[in-house]
Design a protein around this ligand. Structure first.
Ligand code: UDP
Ligand code: MG
Length: 309
């Protein structure tokens, strides 16, 4: 018998825990035929509601369900990492608790593993039901990443992914603190089959990602998988050096030809403020990388466990 572990990160998902279980377990007969056992890991990411209680109810009924509670909210990335560490399966799949990642897709995904793929990933092709401004920025983000990062990051990619043990171990071998899964998946490589599906709106509860949280997360993604902004800072430096050099020659020539001593104050102020702005901006970019390095160097644990059942 093989084992398939499902990892479900949960942050304030008390309404969804039981519904998810019902939906997931519908695949039971399919996997029985394939001689694959199932296990289910709910990673309770410091929920402030009764998520843990709901999971415990399930555990009483079904021994294949497990619970791992964090000591506080560490974020979805930490929950996915913890899930991979705990999962015993020959295959591991990540699913959202809100049923936006339809468990009914699992048999098809498993089929591709049987065909020899190492991992089966999903992406949504529509963003129906999402605020337009959010979609716009998401598109922009993926376009930027495509340009600046050598790692392949698919537009609309979800974290819904079925992987073999080999891929899971590869991802676990990257114990970095600033985790950006969408990039990590691409970075480890292996043969990946992409499945597409239409966006499904959240069943119950509400999204945990505000626009601001997503914005910060996208910066995380850019700094974690690209050093292009640093090169950009250097490029701006060179550009302004050249401009300044041309300007110096211009001033000298003008002085020699016309002997104009005092004019030019407004332009001077403009130039100084422009260049100091660019300088601060570039310093900020460098600071971002320094901050990431600082956090990384501390080697803090990615998550802390409060309870494991
Ligand atoms: N989640 C989590 N920790 C967090 C935020 C979210 O474990 O800090 C979980 C959440 O419970 C859900 C999944 O991550 O199962 C996706 O979150 P959500 O549905 O809010 O994001 P969206 O689908 O709106 O992008
Ligand atoms: Mg969701």
């Amino acid at each position: 018998m093989k084992l398939l572990s499902a990892v479900v990160p949960c942050y304030n998902e008390e309404e969804n825990v039981a519904d998810f279980y019902q939906e997931f377990i519908k695949n039971e007969s399919f996997f029985q035929e394939k001689e694959v056992e199932l296990e289910l890991w709910y990673i309770n990411d410091g929920s402030k509601d009764h998520t843990a209680r709901e999971v415990k109810k399930l555990i009483e009924k079904d021994k294949r369900v497990h619970l791992l509670s964090f000591s506080r909210n560490f974020g979805k990335e930490a929950a996915l990492y913890a899930g991979m560490e705990k999962a015993n399966g020959d295959f591991v799949v990540f699913l959202d608790a809100d049923l936006q990642d339809p468990p009914s897709l699992l048999p098809e995904m498993y089929g591709y593993l049987e065909q020899g793929y190492d991992s089966v990933a999903t992406r949504r092709v529509t963003r129906k039901g999402e605020p337009p401004i959010r979609s716009l920025f998401a598109r922009l983000f993926y376009r930027l990443m495509k340009k600046f990062s050598k790692t392949e990051i698919m537009d609309g990619a979800r974290d819904y992914r079925l992987m073999t043990r080999q891929v899971v171990d590869a991802i676990l071998s990257m114990p970095e603190y600033n985790r950006f899964s969408k990039g990590i998946f691409g970075w480890v490589g292996f043969e990946t089959k992409w499945l597409e599906f239409e966006n499904i709106e959240r069943k119950k509860g509400e999204t945990k990602w505000s626009f601001w949280k997503l914005f910060i997360y996208s910066l995380e993604g850019i700094t974690a998988f690209s050093t292009a902004p640093l090169a950009f800072a250097a490029f701006m430096g060179v550009l302004f050096c050249v401009a300044a050099f041309v300007f110096i020659i211009f001033i000298i020539v003008r002085k020699l030809l016309f002997g104009d001593p005092t004019s030019g104050w407004p332009s001077l102020v403009c130039i100084i403020s422009l260049i100091s702005g660019v300088q601060l901006f570039c310093l900020g970019i460098v600071g971002q990388y320094l901050a990431k390095t600082y956090m990384e160097v501390k080697r803090r644990p990615i998550y802390l466990v409060k309870e494991e059942i």
